[in-house]
Design a protein. Sequence first.
Length: 397
Amino acid sequence: MLLLLVDFLQHSFGLKIPLVFVYFSTRMILAAATALLLTIFLGPRFIKKLYEWKIGQSIRSVEEVPLLAELHGKKKDTPTMGGVLILFSMAVSLFLWMDLTNVFTWMLLLISLVLGALGARDDYLKLRYKNSKGLKPRKKMAVQLLVSSLLALYLLCPPVTDAFSGTKILRPPAAKEQRAKPLSTSEYMARFYIPFFKDPLFHLDGFLRIAAFFLIVFVITGASNAVNLTDGLDGLAAGCLIMVALVLGLFAFLSNNIDLARYLNILYIEGSGEIAVYLFALAGACMGFLWYNGYPAQIFMGDTGSLALGGVIGLASVLLRRELLLAVAGGIFVAEALSVILQVLSYRYRNKKRIFLCAPLHHHFEYKGWPETKVVIRFWIISLLFAVLGVSSLKFQ
């Protein structure tokens, strides 16, 4: 919105607007500050309304997990669906500070709205019907797979991508490798990069692009569900999301500058600065949310927030060709998801034997006697170490 306003004032009235307001770095800071302040300012009113509407968190029953029900019993009826507040603050930042003619802007907004609506529906069913577990996993997964498949199809299928190539707005993204000709959207999306190596590990051309399609679907869907599984303790998911978003935002900013990209031997991606702006808005919104979500939490983000925010960082990593960077910087999310997968497989195929005392992983440490605050802070510290490792890959390649 700001860019359109600046362009209108300059061309219609000849006003000279300081260029600092159109720089990506400036808009990243403003987007983060807007989302942070908006979340803090609206938080009390939003929490009060949720209490009035009796939108409280449900706790797993004593029959399912006796110790967990005892540990978290005091959290019952704490307002949930706080993801609505986070996504609203991010959306305001998007319309204020992002380029509304850039395709990255609309792709990130799409994944936020679709997965946010999916999570809201899941939360609503849990609240509306007693003992309900929300949407059936198959239905939830079907929507996640559908939206990620549509995005993958746009990015990898030239006929679909080329349909937008003649437009002045929503022009498909392009990229450029070092000392090479520009790459089309489908060409650069077929390259697979790994941290600490400057050259792509391989190119998935021709028939092998089907593998690239499934990789994109897996990363977006997997990230969405991994963040959802991590959101089980006060402030845990929000704190880890801040660090991952800032790491990916830094890469997005550097990838948008052709000189910095050349110096750091990373892929130049035209317009990727818009991804950085949105990721900084995400980080700002999560910081503001932590104001009320820190122990003892006054509000939870619910599936409304966790599914959408996980999908955003998943899509951002795909657009930046940094899927493995997400796995490194988001190591906590990976560990949480793996703990659930291993627990289920062990229970099913090892005669109901469990690897962990309780899954996801953060509950395992609660069962071992760690206070909730200690689990959260230690997971934050580990997440910070993973984030530093991810950033260090810029120079060690």
